[in-house]
Structures are given as C-alpha cells and as structure tokens.
Design a protein around this ligand. Structure first.
Ligand SMILES: [Fe+2]
Ligand SMILES: [Fe+2]
Length: 387
C-alpha cells in the first residue's frame, strides 16, 4: 500500500476506534499508534502532505487516490463539510495524537451541534468550507479579522517594546497560507481597506498574501512559501517608529520628514533583529525593500549591490498593494494600470523576471484573487502610499 493510502486508511480506523472505545482501551491505543506509524512513513516521502476531499474523491498531489474513492470517512467528513487536511513540517507524534483526539471529539458530535470553524494545530489543520447563501462560496473559511487583530498586536508590541512576537507572526502566516491553499486552486484573499488606522496592518497582510501567491506560483515547498510570507508580512515593521503626525499628514512631507520616513527600513530591521527567533530573511526584506533593482532607493548602500531576492519579491507585492489600496479615493487605479507600472519599472526598479512572473500570475489567477472586507468604514488618507 502506498504511504498516503496507508495513512488515510489508518486515520479512518483511528477515528472509528476513538469513537468506539474509551480512553486507555488497547484497541484505541493501537489504532492511534498505527496511524502515527503510517504518518511517519508518509512524512519520509512527503514532509508536508495535504489532502482535499472533493465529491467522494481524495485529492493528493493534484490527483485522486482512486483506491480510496467512497471511503466511509470521506462521507463522514463531507457531512461536516471538512474538505482538507494539511500537514506542515515539524508535526510531532504528540501533536498528531492530540489533534486526532480533538478531531474525533468534534466529528462524533451531532452534525447540527458542531460549531463552525476549522481545527487548527500548529502543524496540522483540518478544515471545513462553510458556504454562506445558497450557491455563494466563501473565499476562505477562515475568519481573517482575527488575524488582523493579531497583526495589530504585533505592531503594537513593536512600537512599545521594539521587538515582535515571532510565534504570533508565524501563526498569522500559517493561517493565511492555509486559507490560500484551502480549496483545490490557490485562492488569494486580498483585504480591502476600510479604516485608515488599519492601513499598515492590512497592507502587511496583503503584501504577505501576494508574496506567498508568488511562492505558490513558482511551486516552492510550503515551508519556503511561509518564509516568504513572513518576510513580506513584517517588511514595514519599522513604520511603527514614524510619528503619527508625519504618517497621517494629508500633504507631501517636508524634506526633514522624508528623512524620518526613509529610516523605516533600518528601524524595521532593527526591531526584527531584537526579536527572539531567527528572522534572517525578514530582516533582509525589511532593510532592502526600498532598494531598487538599479541599486537606487533607500537606505543608501556604501557598496552598490542588487537587493536580495526576498526583497525583490516583497518590493513588487508591496508596490502592487500600495497602489491598489491607496488609489480608490484619488481615482481608482485598475489592476491593468498597476501591472503596466510594474512592467515599466522592470529592469530599473524591479527584477525583470520576477515582474514578468508576477504579471503572468495575476493574469492566470485573476479569478482566484478575491477582495474581502474586514474592519470598519472610514476614509483613507493620502500619504501612506509613499512608504
Ligand atoms: Fe510597504
Ligand atoms: Fe516600506
């Protein structure tokens, strides 16, 4: 039996035995051990497996596992609208065991008593796709407003303590990435700005989602996609050091104010360096995201060099979101216009191959990029697009 088939077969058996036998019963324990053992074998061949359940089929690595068509577990999951299991590198036996018990508890409750929401552990998640009105599919089953609050908190901490909670940033990126990979096709939910005070948070999240979309487009491994997402999420952290009267100023900044604004990449890198875990690529993206492909921009480099690839990706996604988020009140800029601005800057401001890839991605995935609302209504101001 091949590893994914064996894993799912044993997973199904574990769910059955968890439902039938009490804690500590040998049949329950051996089913759990068997599932864990099958997981170990699967992880040897695929460190980050995920499975989607669609119309009686289990999709693994873009193809249905025909051996498992109509496995009773799938019908059971389908009744709960659970459509995906996703595993990322680092899943331990203990976490998998706890996850199985929690998932089994939820699955064995009557369907109508099940509260909405996926089961999410740090390295394994189990999701359901809730639909709203008949026929109207939600872009993501995840409540991204909660992630907005987490990013607000990260920024607050950066502002008050001069460092961030890396674990919280990773949790946000994990949710965004899972939300994107939830259905058969990648979905890129872009948040729309409603409240000027949330500009930086929304902009960070959108830049992160676009950067991860690029990673997905290049078919990079999940772990790398998340590292890119993390760097993009944190790229503007240094903005917390810019006084609000400069940040919120409706007119163009004075020369002195520009000097303060131009410090945000250095300040951002400093904040990330003070944070407890290794954020090497995020530090580079924060420091270099305003250094252009032709080595112009800021901060000034003593020795001219191209920005790092992580900064090149961040920069393109940063520009796209800044133009798309800021302009509506100035007369909206269409996606086509933004892409042509990027294209015009290819080879001078931006790395040309990456711009081409970004434009192709936006074309191919146009129906998968969805605007969604979070936050409250108010009018955005003008200055922030410059940052
Ligand atoms: Fe930015
Ligand atoms: Fe910036």
């Amino acid at each position: 039996m091949n590893p994914p088939v064996q894993f799912l077969t044993r997973l199904a058996k574990a769910f059955t035995n968890l439902a039938l036998y009490r804690e500590g019963h040998p049949s329950r324990e051996s089913a759990l051990d068997d599932a864990i053992e099958a997981l170990d074998v699967l992880l040897e061949t695929d460190p980050e497996p995920d499975f989607s359940f669609l119309d009686g089929d289990i999709i693994y690595q873009d193809r249905p596992l025909s051996e498992l068509r109509n496995l009773p577990l799938i019908k059971h999951l389908a009744r709960r609208r659970i459509q995906r299991i996703e595993i990322s590198a680092g899943l331990t036996r203990q976490e998998f065991r706890t996850f199985l018990q929690e998932a089994s508890n939820q699955l064995n409750r009557p369907a109508d008593s099940l509260s909405a929401g996926p089961i999410r552990f740090p390295h394994i998640s189990f999701g359901r796709l809730d639909t709203g009105e008949e026929g109207e599919e939600q872009v993501t089953p995840f409540e991204l407003k909660a992630e907005v609050e987490k990013v607000d908190f990260i920024r607050e901490e950066a502002s008050m303590k001069g460092r961030i909670s890396t674990a919280l940033a990773r949790a946000v990126v994990q949710t965004l990435s899972t939300a994107m990979r939830y259905s058969r096709n990648i979905m890129v939910p872009l948040l729309s700005l409603k409240d000027v005070d949330q500009y930086s948070t929304i902009h960070s999240m959108n830049t992160s989602m676009l950067a991860m979309a690029m990673g997905e487009y290049f078919r990079l491994p999940k772990q790398q996609v998340r590292i890119i997402g993390e760097a993009a999420l944190l790229h503007d952290m240094g903005k917390v050091t810019i006084p609000l009267d400069i940040l919120n100023k409706p007119e163009a900044p004075t020369e002195q104010e520009w000097e303060v604004i131009k410090q945000h990449p250095v300040e951002g890198a400093r904040i990330l360096l003070r944070s407890p875990e290794n954020l090497e690529l995020a530090v580079i993206a924060a420091y270099e995201h305003h250094i252009r492909w032709n080595c112009k921009g800021y901060p000034l480099l003593h020795y001219k060099r191209r920005p790092h690839r992580i900064a090149q990706i961040t920069q393109i996604c940063d520009t796209f979101d800044a133009m798309r988020t800021q302009r509506p009140f100035q007369g909206s800029v269409s996606t086509a216009e933004i892409l042509s601005t990027l294209s015009a800057g290819a080879g001078t401001d931006y790395q040309p191959d990456l711009v081409r890839a970004f434009i192709s991605m936006m074309g191919e995935w146009s129906s998968q990029i969805k605007e969604i609302d979070v936050g409250s209504e108010s009018t955005p101001s003008t200055m922030r697009e410059l940052l």
